[in-house]
Design a binder for this molecule. Sequence first.
Ligand SMILES: Nc1ncnc2c1ncn2[C@@H]1O[C@H](COP(=O)(O)OP(=O)(O)OP(=O)(O)O)[C@@H](O)[C@H]1O
Ligand SMILES: [Mg+2]
Length: 308
Amino acid sequence: MINEHPARPEIVVGVDGSESALHATRWAAREAESRNLPLRLVHVCEPPVISHPTTMAGQGTYLGALRDQGRHWVREAVAAAGSVAPTVPVAEVVRVGGAAAVMVEESLGARLTVLGSRGLGGLPDMTAGSVAVAVAEHGHTPVVVVRGRTLEDPPPAGGPVLVGVDGSPASEAAVEFAFDLASFRGTELVALHSWSEVSFDTVWTMLAFESDWHAVADEEHRLLNERMAGWQEKYPDVPVHRVVVRDQPVRALLKAAERTGAQLIVLGTRGLGGDLTGMGMGSTSRALLYQSECPVAVVRPNLKGDNR
Ligand SMILES: Nc1ncnc2c1ncn2[C@@H]1O[C@H](COP(=O)(O)OP(=O)(O)OP(=O)(O)O)[C@@H](O)[C@H]1O
Ligand SMILES: [Mg+2]
């Protein structure tokens, strides 16, 4: 099977035979249709690690069976995509390797990577699988992890796009992604900036004298307005609601998503809390991948200007 990406970047979807991956496929198919992009449905066969001597013939047969199974799951996903977006071109891909590593590789050169929150493995009470979290952390494109209220529920179809804004380079990339998606979907954007007395440097400088929380709140409002101004000019069609709250960011975003019936929460890979290049995903993005009741998009900082 051909693995090179064609000149036109695609929306890549990880397919593993789970219901969650089919929700992800339908979400991606709608997105592909509205952007006039092809879909690339990828299943990665993970051969088991065999520590005892075995015959080559036996291994070949086993791998053949895994590939057959993978092709079947990909065809199932093709049908799911066709049910919502029948005209979108679809590439069917079956590869062998570690699922997370191959999906990260697949994201290179793609436009967007979409996964379900859970797969066929994992423990019953896990709320996000290891492949979903690893690809969100290391993928080369924005990564959408499709989630609903429960594992079986489809993700919400309507509602605004909610973006978390903290002023970091990654959140700037998230804001751009969120405006673009809200514009394509013809929906509203809710930009949320949360602050609390323990999380912002600006607060500490003001605290050196006294805790004037009204002044701090004014300053946080000003920061959010400043962050949004340029984007609102670029996307005048997108109505924007700005929310500034004094709360812990994960709780604030979960509450806002529920209150507004958000269809997607958009976050940067990491916020102000650490080195951009050396560290993986920040704790807010990680927590929401596990707790959100709607899809979550994780967007990496646009350091090289390559978030297309
Ligand atoms: N082998 C695979 N090939 C392609 N995509 C995959 C594969 N495995 C998982 N995915 C993608 O990742 C999503 C989440 O699955 P993941 O494997 O992370 O969760 P899990 O199976 O519940 O738990 P874990 O694998 O960590 O035990 C799936 O819905 C699918 O989109
Ligand atoms: Mg799995």
